[in-house]
Ligand binder design. Structure first.
Ligand code: URA
Ligand code: CA
Length: 434
């Protein structure tokens, strides 16, 4: 087999066989196929697409390129959740203990944040002493004992995806659905998921700007799941404004704690209940979405969900009193309010711009090496559809360094668009694809 022939075959619009896809991924990972040929192949895929079968083969070839986490020593069906990324997306920190408190084991590997999006692992480090670097055996034991652990990624998972993603990033071949779908699904499968719930975001703050695009990506991922025998459900949810009110590490932890007690922002709670009920159903813990939802609400009300978070924090070396008394979490030294420049109705809140403002205050990393300030961030006081009068507080900025406040304030005012006429609150859940 020669790579040049496979590039040509794809360029001409033909489908590649399982053997051919394995040859490409193995060859590329082992350094036998050079970047220039791989780039040409990615561009051919960009213009010609890939069939369902090819996309599933590509996913599995990337899974086999590195380590695979074996979660079989954990009892029960392990359901993983993945979000395509957003701003202020606190769902994992709510969902992991929430779903675990209903008896579904959650063995979750999460990432750190870069740029305008935050990372779950960074947020959890707001708990004093919380450790995210956990040995594989300890990880499995923790999940068997407490039903939940959220750790950083360990091992060499999907190196082919890492290499290919880096190449796509610099060859204008990122935004093509079969490559995105296989990239995301390969990481979930290598991390050991039996079943997968996907939260595909759409809107200004998301990768997929329109509902149509998000549906196409969701269908491609659900189809991969079907081809390879891992049940997958995708929710299409709104990211046309940040989720919840808090954007920033400790602020989002506090928001997650509120939500676990049924006292969180309505949109965050609704999304968590939706994703959570699909996780419970896939895990065989409920016969219907409605029954699953009732179980989740009950654990919020009777305190079990919060206790599960506290147990998880303690098991991972953290200070669990902070769960019951969030005022002990890192707090910024100052708060300043950004107010509405005019009367009207909130028409839009650019999530990316809000994320950048939080990052500017120190909540995010500008480069991989930057150190983040856990205490700082943005609290949204008004969301899309709400009426405001000139001078009403739009946002509170929690900060430690005065020098960043001016720029962050400008970014907030950029992000908010105020209209004269009444504005509809956007839908939160657009579709469920199974
Ligand atoms: N996120 C991923 O993990 N992979 C892609 O290809 C795009 C977004
Ligand atoms: Ca939030």
């Amino acid at each position: 087999m020669r790579m040049v022939d496979l590039i040509q075959k794809k360029r001409n619009g033909e489908s590649l066989t399982e053997e051919e896809i394995k040859f490409i991924i193995k060859g590329y990972t082992e350094g036998e196929i050079p970047d220039y040929q791989m780039s040409a192949w990615a561009m051919a895929v960009y213009f010609q697409g890939m069939s369902k079968e090819e996309t599933a083969e590509l996913t599995m070839a990337m899974v086999r390129s590195g380590d695979q986490i074996d979660l079989s020593p954990i009892n029960g069906i392990k359901v993983d959740k993945h979000s395509t990324g957003g701003v202020g997306d606190t769902t994992t920190i709510v969902l992991a203990p929430l779903v675990a408190s209903c008896g579904v084991p959650v063995a979750k590997m999460s990432g750190r944040g870069l740029g305008h999006t935050g990372g779950t692992i960074d947020k959890l480090e707001s708990f004093k002493g919380f450790s995210v670097e956990i040995e594989k055996e300890t990880f499995v034991d923790m999940v068997n004992e407490h039903k939940v652990a959220v750790v950083g990624q360990s091992g060499n998972l999907t190196p082919a995806d890492k290499m290919l993603y880096a190449l796509r990033d610099v060859t204008a071949t990122v935004d093509i659905i079969p490559l995105i779908a296989s990239s995301i699904m390969s990481k979930k499968i290598a991390a050991g998921a039996d079943a997968i719930v996907l939260d595909v975001k759409t809107g200004s703050g998301a990768f997929m700007k329109s509902v149509d695009e998000a549906q196409d990506l969701a269908r491609a991922m659900v189809s991969i799941g079907k081809e390879i025998g891992r049940e997958t459900t995708a929710i299409i949810s709104d990211m046309s404004q940040p989720l919840g009110k808090a954007v920033g590490n400790a602020l989002e932890i506090k928001e997650a704690i509120d939500t676990l007690q049924g006292k969180g922002p309505r949109d965050l709670e609704e999304l968590c209940l939706t994703l959570g009920s699909h996780m419970l159903t896939l895990a065989g813990k409920a016969d219907s979405i409605e029954a699953a939802r009732e179980q989740l609400v009950e654990t919020m009300q009777n305190g079990q969900a919060l206790d599960t978070l506290a147990n998880m924090v303690e098991a991972q070396g953290g200070y669990k009193e902070q769960v019951y008394d969030p005022d002990q979490l890192p707090q910024a030294s100052d708060v300043v309010e950004v107010t509405a420049p005019a009367d009207g109705y909130i028409e839009q809140i650019d999530a990316e711009e809000i994320g950048r403002a939080a990052s500017k205050l120190g909540a995010g990393r500008e480069t991989k090496e930057s150190k983040i300030d856990l205490a700082v961030g943005v609290m949204l006081q008004k969301k899309v559809g709400e009426q405001v009068k000139k001078g009403d507080v739009l946002v509170s900025l929690h900060y430690n360094q005065e020098s960043h406040v001016k720029e962050a304030t400008d970014q907030i005012l950029q992000a908010y668009r105020i209209a004269d006429s009444e504005q509809k609150e956007p839908s939160l859940i657009y579709d469920v694809i199974k």
